[in-house]
Design a protein around this ligand. Structure first.
Ligand code: ADP
Ligand code: ASP
Ligand code: MG
Length: 410
């Protein structure tokens, strides 16, 4: 008998009517003879509403209490979905993350899963119950409730699949698979049949919200095949696995983007070996996560340093840098908001030197100014004005012919 892990995201479980549709799928899997673990998210926009309620009562809510609050969302879904299944004659039992033995590190709001005690769910599966587990949550060794970061139910599902030795983890969502880019932004975006872990990982880290990057990382390390497909249609989804069968892969397989980027620049920094480390130590102390970094050495004495952050972190960044202005020795601080990061991703890029140039030409032709650049073997990221984002995505999608089917050319 094989074991299946099926994960349903927020939109898929948004209403009690939709829970019936989700139950249809689960019952079908159960009738095919599989043992089934189901992982669910909070219903619809529940997590967003809980976040905004917290902001109403506190400017900087306690991280511990945020975890206690946000973890309630998924608990509602597990109970309701189990009730629906039982009502329809399919034995089911709900488990919170901590009841399911999902142990995490002691970090609030962005904890990593450390281990899963499978002995807690096994007896239920043996009895023939569908086990409905709350995604996005776990517990520390000390019994503190933790959450796994936004989109973290994907990670719960993959971690459970790995712990229970499932070969595949099915991610049911509101799109029919992984597309060349977000189909809400580019209407010509095309669904990919397959994509490699590495490309998916890069797309996810660079902002493709369809999968949580940590879930992809976990799947890659545990060799779990991921299938992303729609909760609402029978259409075949996208398979994410080690090797994809393309003999002649395109240089660029997908585009990802992030909005709300802010660029901070420190001018007139002393040009000595320790300056940069002091700046980033100060930011790390405040848990400010920095993305793209560019340093310009102006002359023997002076350098300037620019870096990007999520706009939400601007206040913390300004606080810490202004407080340490003397010690860090910079003369001026400027920042620019309403920026976006647009990235092209593809493992074929490593052997195709012209790809970055092609990207810059395409943006220049549309008069889109590139403000910062960062590259790796399989991606090129650029910072542009957020108001140009749609145009940039559609242009790059066209230039790299992403709407066209990839074929094996000999
Ligand atoms: P869920 O609640 O099921 O986890 P998410 O909202 O987290 O769903 O993820 C699905 C959404 O991801 C889609 O509605 C789509 O707008 C967005 N998305 C971003 N990039 C992509 C992509 N490359 N392919 C498909 N969807 C994408
Ligand atoms: N409910 C959480 C969120 O909205 C986790 C998830 O849906 O994966 O981020
Ligand atoms: Mg998600």
């Amino acid at each position: 008998m094989s074991l299946k892990v099926m994960k349903f995201g927020g939109t898929s479980v948004a209403t009690t009517e939709r829970l019936q549709k989700v139950a249809d799928r689960i019952i079908k899997a159960k009738e095919a003879g599989d043992q089934v673990i189901v992982v669910v998210s909070a219903m619809g926009k529940t997590t967003d509403s809980l976040v905004s309620m917290a902001r109403k009562v506190s400017d900087r809510p306690s991280k511990r209490e945020m975890d206690v609050l946000l973890s309630t969302g998924e608990q509602v879904t597990i109970a309701l979905l189990s009730m629906v299944l039982i009502e329809r004659g399919c034995p089911a039992v709900s488990y919170t993350g901590w009841q399911a033995g999902i142990k995490t590190e002691a970090v609030h709001q962005y904890a990593r899963i450390g281990s899963i005690d499978t002995s807690l769910l096994r007896p239920e599966l043996k009895k023939g119950n569908v086990v409905v587990v709350a995604g996005f949550q776990g517990v520390t060794e000390d019994g503190e409730i933790t959450t796994l970061g936004r989109g973290g139910s994907d990670t719960s599902a993959v971690a459970l699949a790995a712990a229970f030795g499932a070969e595949t983890c099915e991610i049911y969502t509101d799109v029919t698979g992984v597309f060349t880019t977000d189909p809400r932004y580019v209407t010509r975006a095309r669904k990919l049949k397959e994509i490699s872990y590495d490309e998916m990982l890069e797309l996810a880290y660079l902002g493709a919200g369809v999968l949580n990057p940590r879930a992809v990382e976990y799947a890659k390390n545990s060799r779990i095949k991921l299938v992303v497909r729609s909760s609402f249609s029978e259409e075949k989804g996208t398979v994410i696995k080690e090797e994809v069968s393309m003999e002649n892969p395109r240089s660029v397989r997908g585009l990802a983007f992030e909005k709300n980027v802010t660029k901070v620049t420190l001018l007139g920094l002393p040009n000595n070996v320790a300056t940069v480390s002091h700046v980033f130590d100060a930011l790390a102390d405040k848990s400010v996560n920095v993305d793209i970094i560019v340093q310009n050495v102006l002359d023997e004495e002076q350098t300037s340093l620019s870096f990007t952050i999520d706009h939400e972190l601007l206040d913390d960044t300004l606080d810490v840098l202004h407080a340490r202005k003397k010690e860090l020795g910079f003369q001026n601080l400027i920042f620019e908001s309403e920026l976006a990061k647009v990235s092209i991703v593809g493992s074929g890029m490593a052997s195709n030197p012209g790809v970055a140039a092609q990207m810059f030409h395409a943006l220049a032709r549309k008069n889109i100014k590139v403000k910062m650049i960062s590259t790796s073997e399989i991606k090129v990221s650029t910072i542009i004005d957020e108001e140009k984002l749609l145009e940039a995505l559609n242009t790059l999608h066209e230039v790299f012919r992403l709407a066209e089917e990839e074929s094996i050319s000999l």
